[in-house]
Write a protein that binds this ligand. Structure first.
Ligand code: ATR
Length: 275
């Protein structure tokens, strides 16, 4: 029987997930589909609580449903528990709804693929931003033993809330004061929307940053953000954000269709052409 999975959320029209999963389904010759299922907030709780009747074997969850989906699950992985949000769901053999949050895994998978060994001798990390993506990334860095993880956000209270949320060595900096730690940082991560097409660039003076530090951005449109261009120009290794999007999709595909897919250059090109 055809196995059906989907992206669920509201809206789902702009999601690139169908392209990614559709590519892997075809590549592996799997009898499966990956659909778009719009789940408006007012019906989200009922949809996830009664997931078994949807006919899907599992789904991804996007905004604004990640928290509601996590609450509807019978079982959550460590990341989803820590974040109170799930982006990947599946039904186990007993029909229980299981949830995971794979954003952090996607972030780490991207760095592991594009900058192998980045975490060996990695000192401090600086994360810019304190939204949903930052939450996943701070959690992922702490779970990899990176310390300290500095967090700076325009709205400082959000950075404080984020730091307080996780056990581990995270410290809050004021948004205009990142220069004070930059010279000790091995990894700089932008999780804000600054640098995205149509948004202002991220204004940061990189001059104190060691040239052997790694710089990465979760923005992937454009692929080379002004931050990455500036970092590259001064000799830093840079990793763009497209890989995070692709790697976060891997665990779901493996759960639903039984094959662990690869993030290949061909897939990157396919998604890039669609941006
Ligand atoms: P996501 O889930 O992708 O992380 P989000 O929760 O909306 O999205 O978070 C967006 C992040 O970009 C926030 O850290 C936001 O800062 P605030 O918490 O102060 O809003 C940051 N951001 C967006 N526009 C910004 C700007 N013009 N200057 C500085 N930070 C900005």
């Amino acid at each position: 029987m055809t196995r059906r999975a989907a992206i669920t959320g509201y809206p789902v029209t702009h999601s690139r997930s169908p392209l990614v999963h559709g590519y892997w389904l075809k590549l592996h010759g799997i009898d499966g589909t990956y659909e778009r299922v719009g789940v408006p907030p007012e019906s989200a709780e009922a949809f996830y609580r009664d997931f078994a009747s949807s006919g899907l074997v599992g789904c991804n969850v996007t905004v604004p449903n990640k928290e509601v989906a996590a609450q509807a699950c019978d079982d959550l992985d460590e990341a989803a528990k820590a974040m109170g949000a799930a982006n990947t769901l599946w039904l186990d053999e007993a029909g229980r709804l299981c949830g995971a949050n794979t954003d952090g895994i996607g972030f780490l998978g991207n760095l592991d693929q594009m900058a192998p060994g980045w975490d060996e001798n990695c000192g401090a990390a600086l994360v810019l931003g304190a939204g949903g993506a930052a939450r996943a990334i701070v959690w992922a860095l702490l779970s990899r033993g990176i310390a300290p993880v500095y967090i700076a956000n325009r709205t400082e209270q959000k950075a404080k809330d984020l730091a307080a949320h996780f056990e581990g060595d995270s410290k809050v900096l004021s948004w205009d004061n990142t220069g004070t730690v930059l010279e000790n940082v091995s990894l700089l991560v932008n999780t804000t929307s600054l640098g995205m097409e149509g948004q202002p660039p991220l204004e940061i003076d990189l001059s104190p940053l060691p040239t052997d530090a790694l710089v990465t951005d979760i923005v992937y449109a454009p692929l080379e953000t002004p931050l990455l261009a500036a970092a590259r120009a001064r000799g830093n290794k840079v990793v763009d954000g497209l890989g995070m999007l692709l790697h976060q999709a891997v665990p779901g595909f493996e759960r639903w269709f039984g094959v662990k897919p690869q993030v290949t250059d061909e897939l990157r090109r396919l998604v890039l052409a669609d941006l």
